[in-house]
Design a protein around this ligand. Structure first.
Ligand code: SF4
Length: 401
């Protein structure tokens, strides 16, 4: 292994670099049509099709920054190998674009090399979700140039769970245990000396299992088996649930996170007669919240159908789809290619966790279609969906926006 050297600090975002980066990013992901629609209140009428865009949708500030940094890295380190830890964000079209720019990946099905094979000349991009402490340490040990695009809102969660660990409080993280962000956060919940503990709960059923143990104990082995992939090494429910602090993956559903917090607090209160051993910090990010709020506002008067656009592994997009389907027929689609015909559509079933086919999705005659998109979905994909929808309805589109 080459000797570890401290990562050199390089300012990638100089005015000259950013001018070119902005031009490239706009050409890849921008949509004048979507921007015009947004500027006119998000409502467009095209023949007998009314399109309503949510007031907030698509790329968030954290994703924009991560993409800018990746593009800037490609420009500044033009003659060096650049690797990405996993996906930069959860959108296959954006990840494919980075691959086309020669940015290779260090994990997943398209992985090209291992961290242990990296050299000090290599550049490694940490994605917007962050990376686990151990992964970052291994990359640092190879002496690589690191370009860290971790979103500031994710780092705020890390600060909370580190504080819990330093105070002897176990982090209960509302999130998906195998999601990159939650894995990165969990690793910080061990704190610097690895003394802290964490437990990840994905939903209310798992929360209730923890609450039950808090209130009346239970079968320790059964509990550990249930959470075997979602807790810290050495976690003991009889010891490490004495003091708990709740945090959450930034992209969870606000209403569910609040209920997780409420149930856990109630369980500690029931056990201790006080909530001194309970802490909470709501760590849902502003962008996730705005997109959920905007969708709720749109659903006050539900459209005839909803299209939710984004990567199928995108947490925030999945929650938007789940919210929408409570009020309107909803199709969670990856891109315009999913709109196969006026009869057939491919879409993601969030319960079955798989893409499925459906028929008869697009009603004849006048229709109002609501569209929203997750924080990792670029506007050009939304425009493609809109144009495909109009094509299937036999309506000429953009000129009337
Ligand atoms: S969804 Fe939130 S936490 Fe994730 S990159 Fe965007 S702003 Fe940051």
């Amino acid at each position: 292994m080459p000797p570890a050297s401290p990562t050199k600090r390089v300012n990638l975002r100089t005015p000259e670099v950013m001018e070119e980066v902005q031009a490239a990013v706009e050409s890849h992901y921008h949509s004048p049509m979507v921007e015009r629609l947004r500027a006119t209140g998000g409502v467009g009428r095209f023949g007998d099709v009314t399109v309503r865009l949510a007031k907030q949708f698509g790329f968030c500030y954290g994703v924009e920054r991560a993409i800018d940094l990746a593009y800037a890295a490609r420009k500044v380190f033009a003659d060096r190998n650049i690797y990405l830890v996993g996906e930069i964000i959860h959108n296959p079209d954006v990840n494919a674009q980075l691959t086309a720019m020669g940015i290779r990946t260090l994990s997943g099905p398209c992985k090209l090399t291992d961290i242990d094979s990296l050299s000090p000349d290599d550049v490694v991009i940490i994605p917007a979700f962050g990376a686990e402490v151990s992964v970052q340490e291994r990359i640092k040990a190879r002496g690589c140039q690191i370009v860290d695009t971790t979103c500031g809102d994710v780092m705020s969660v890390w600060k909370r769970v580190r504080q819990y660990a330093n105070d002897g409080v176990t982090s209960i993280i509302h999130g998906k245990a195998d999601h990159e962000e939650t894995r990165a956060t969990s690793s910080r919940a061990r704190s610097t000396g690895g003394a802290g503990h964490f437990l990840v709960v994905y939903n209310l059923a798992e929360t209730d299992a923890v609450c039950s143990y808090l209130r009346q104990g239970g079968d320790r082995e059964e509990f550990l088996a249930k959470f075997r992939h979602a807790c810290s090494e050495g976690f003991d429910p009889d010891v490490h649930l004495q003091k708990i602090g709740v945090a959450n993956q930034t992209t969870m559903l606000r209403s569910e996170t609040e209920e997780v917090q409420r149930r856990l607090r109630a369980a500690v209160l029931a056990r201790d007669g006080a909530d001194d051993n309970f802490r909470v910090f709501d760590t849902i990010c502003g962008a996730t919240q705005e997109r959920q709020d905007a969708l709720l506002e749109m659903l006050v008067a539900p459209p005839d159908l909803m299209l939710v656009v984004g990567g199928y592994n995108s947490s925030n997009t999945t929650h938007l789809a789940d919210m929408a389907k409570e009020k309107a027929p909803t199709y969670f689609i990856l891109n315009a290619g999913c709109l196969e015909s006026a009869d057939r559509i491919r879409h993601f079933d969030t319960q079955a966790c798989q893409e499925v086919n459906a028929s008869g999705w697009l009603p004849c005659g006048p229709i109002c279609v609501g569209i929203t998109a997750g924080a990792s979905c670029p506007s050009n994909l939304i425009e493609d969906v809109l144009l495909r929808l109009l094509e299937l309805k036999g309506v000429p589109g953009p000129a009337t926006v």
